[in-house]
Structure formats: structure tokens, C-alpha cells
Design a protein around this ligand. Sequence first.
Ligand SMILES: NC(=O)c1ccc[n+]([C@@H]2O[C@H](COP(=O)([O-])OP(=O)(O)OC[C@H]3O[C@@H](n4cnc5c(N)ncnc54)[C@H](O)[C@@H]3O)[C@@H](O)[C@H]2O)c1
Length: 295
Amino acid sequence: MLAIDLTGKRALVAGVGDERGLGFGIAKALAEAGATVAVATWPPLIKMFKLMLARPSSEALLTLRDGKRLGFSAIYPFDAEFDRLDAVPAEIREHRRYKDMGDFTVSGLAAAVAADGGVDLVVHSLANGAEVTKPLLETSRAGYLGAVSVSAYSNVSLVQHLGPLMRPGGSFVCLSYLAGQRVVPQYGGGMSSAKAALESDARVLAYEAGRKWGHRVNVISPGPYRSRAAEAIGPIDQMIAYAARTSPLPEAITAEEVGVTAAFLSSPLASGITGTVVYVDKGYSAMGLGGTTSG
Ligand SMILES: NC(=O)c1ccc[n+]([C@@H]2O[C@H](COP(=O)([O-])OP(=O)(O)OC[C@H]3O[C@@H](n4cnc5c(N)ncnc54)[C@H](O)[C@@H]3O)[C@@H](O)[C@H]2O)c1
């Protein structure tokens, strides 16, 4: 039987801070495919995330399809805005949610991953734009650059720092959104620019990391999904309803669907795929004019 088999692979999913996000669904799918999974979590969320994992009511959520329990080999503190500790402003370094976290920057994460034996598969599942609710016409320089720094450059930095730690044939996957290609009015603050950069960078990184190390770099572009981050952006239910009226397949996407796609792209079954954007959006992105026929 042809199966996604990640047995013996070490995976790292960056951007897992609760059980509702796409990153959690991806981590679960990678574990179900047999990988050992570590996560990297934004420092302010680490405590709550660990409490959630320890709650008896989380057991069902943590049960894998073979009945085993999802457990993470490590939960690394990680702030994607910073590459080195000496570049972190003192007020953040000394903040109560950061000061006991060790080196939470990209280079600190890479050092911790190296000390734990390396990594084979990396998934970047994070984004943040402080001015996401503002139209681009009203976005400040700081807001725009902050969105691109956290949501796009962080992926470049992860590939730079973790690529050398991987055996040849490693895989990087990151998560984009259609707003990087087409206009989605409420996705502002430079976030659409960040997703456009993320996708373009993935193609260039696929070439450079492919030639340098033999690694692959791919992008998943999911349709609208009700995560905590999506709720913060605004009318996520409206976006899901619009996608349902417009898409070839009307059901909302699930984290499991994104997760199994990430597992496939990370697996040797996808050894011929790199530099590609895979849409997990029920076909929404294929439509020019939707919602006019009932089918
Ligand atoms: N939810 C959607 O509709 C949707 C659609 C397409 C793409 N995506 C993308 O999927 C990915 C995951 O998002 P999600 O919707 O599952 O939301 P989410 O809230 O679960 O994930 C976003 C994560 O990013 C983390 N994060 C934010 N700033 C960070 C920083 N500076 N350092 C480290 N981590 C930081 C948050 O803590 C959170 O864990 C993002 O790239 C998002 O843009 C989401």
C-alpha cells in the first residue's frame, strides 16, 4: 500500500500555540505519519499551551488515528521577529514572559535543534501583522515592515539556519494565503505583501537550498479557516461563507486537510515537488465567477 511514511524523521513545526491553529493540525498529521515532532511556540503562549496539553479534557484532541497519544519531543520558545539575542530590545528580553526562556531567536532555536540531534522536516506556520486590519493605504512603514519581517523573512531565516542541520532531502513547507496573489480587502497592514514575499522567496529558496543541500521548499495556501489568528483579522465567518458560495466544493477546509498535505509535501513521495504553491482551498482559487449555478 502506498502510504505517507515519515518514520525515523524529525519534524519541527514553528507557530504552534494552541490546539485550534493549522500548525497543530499539521503537527498531528506529521506524528500520524510516524515523525517525531517538536514545536516552536511564541514565548507569551508557551505556558498556556503546556497547560492545555496537560488538561484531561485535551485527551481526545491528542489521540492519533492509531490510538497513540500525540506528544512533542520539545516545545521550543521562539519569536520569529529576531535572529540573534543581541538584537532583541532590552524591554522584550527582560519582559516577564521572555526572561526565563533562554535564546528564543532563530539562531537560538537552531542551536537547540542541533543539540537535540537535528531536523529533517520544517513547517513554518506563523504570521503576524500589527496593522492587519488597516488598508494598505493607511499602513505605516513600521507596520508593513513588521508584517514582512515576522511573516516572510522569518521563513528565509529558518531555511538559512536549519538547512545546514538537515540531511540531504530535507523539506521546508510554509503557509501562505491567496491574498498574496489576489486582492482580499480586509487582509491589510502589509500582510498581503508578506504573503507575496513568502511565495516568491519559497521559489528562490527552493532553487538555492536545492542546489546547496538537496532540500525542497514548498508552500501550502489554505482557504479561510477559523483559527485564533484569523478571528483577530476580522470577518472570518463571512470569508468562510463566501468561499462556500463560490468554491467548487462548498465545505470549509479543515486543519486535518492542511495537515495531511503538509505531511505529503514533507515526505519522500513528494521528492519531485519543490518551489510550488499547493492550494488547499476546495478549489476556491480556480474560480473566476462563483455562486451563479447550484451545480
Ligand atoms: N486561518 C486561515 O484562514 C489561514 C488561511 C491561509 C493561511 N493561513 C496561514 O496559516 C498559518 C498559521 O495560522 P493560523 O491561521 O493557523 O493561526 P494561528 O493563530 O494558529 O497561528 C499563528 C501562529 O503564529 C504565531 N506567531 C505570531 N507572531 C509570532 C512571532 N513573532 N514569533 C513566533 N510565532 C508567532 C502565533 O503565536 C500563532 O501560534 C499562518 O501563516 C497563516 O497566515 C491561515
